[in-house]
Design a protein around this ligand. Structure first.
Ligand code: UDP
Ligand code: MG
Length: 167
């Protein structure tokens, strides 16, 4: 069954110049990329993304990590991969959350590390299940940034909307 999943190359992945390696590894899946962009990560977006972690003792460090404050890279690369069993295929390639426990040929096993503060810098995020994928894709992308119709949409009329265009 074709499903969609959110993938983020986290700030450590960008700082370590791993974008090409990670995309090459993900291309082994033969899944289709249906959305991609470089995003600034506001504190609000970070907190929404990791809302299930907010009671963890490392939450503040996790927010700093995903916002790029630990790597002087205030951005992530966000993508939606789509295709047969996409969620499980990408999670399998990503490897376990803890980079020390991740298979050494997985992306996290090969490139991740644990900081002295105990945060798992694991270079990539991948949605865990379909509910999480839906919540995350809707958080990171608007419908017109995705080239296929993944979820129902509606048209709203916006008055006095200001939009930046090329001068
Ligand atoms: N994390 C961490 N320490 C932990 C658990 C999680 O630093 O003990 C970080 C890690 O970067 C992880 C993120 O929090 O990717 C989100 O945790 P989750 O349990 O959702 O793992 P994931 O879905 O990313 O494998
Ligand atoms: Mg998770």
């Amino acid at each position: 069954m074709n499903v969609q999943t959110l993938v983020l190359i986290k700030p450590d992945g960008l700082k370590k110049s791993l974008t090409g390696n990670i995309l090459t590894r993900l291309s082994e899946t033969k899944l289709e990329i249906v959305a991609a962009k470089i995003s600034r990560v506001s504190r609000q977006l970070a907190e929404a993304h990791y809302m299930h972690m907010k009671d963890k003792p490392f939450f503040e460090d996790l927010i700093k990590y995903i916002c790029g404050e630990l790597h002087q890279r205030h951005k992530v690369m966000a993508m939606v991969y789509w295709g047969e069993d996409a969620i499980n295929k990408v999670r399998a390639l990503a490897g376990a959350t803890n980079p020390e426990e991740a298979d050494s040929v997985s992306i996290r096993g090969a490139y991740g590390r644990i900081t002295t503060k105990g945060v798992y810098e694991n270079v990539i995020h991948a949605s865990r299940d379909r509910e999480e994928a839906e919540r995350e894709i809707k958080l990171w992308f608007s419908p017109d940034e995705v080239i296929v119709d993944l979820y129902p949409t509606k048209t709203v009329e916006l008055k006095q909307l200001q939009k930046k265009v090329w001068a």
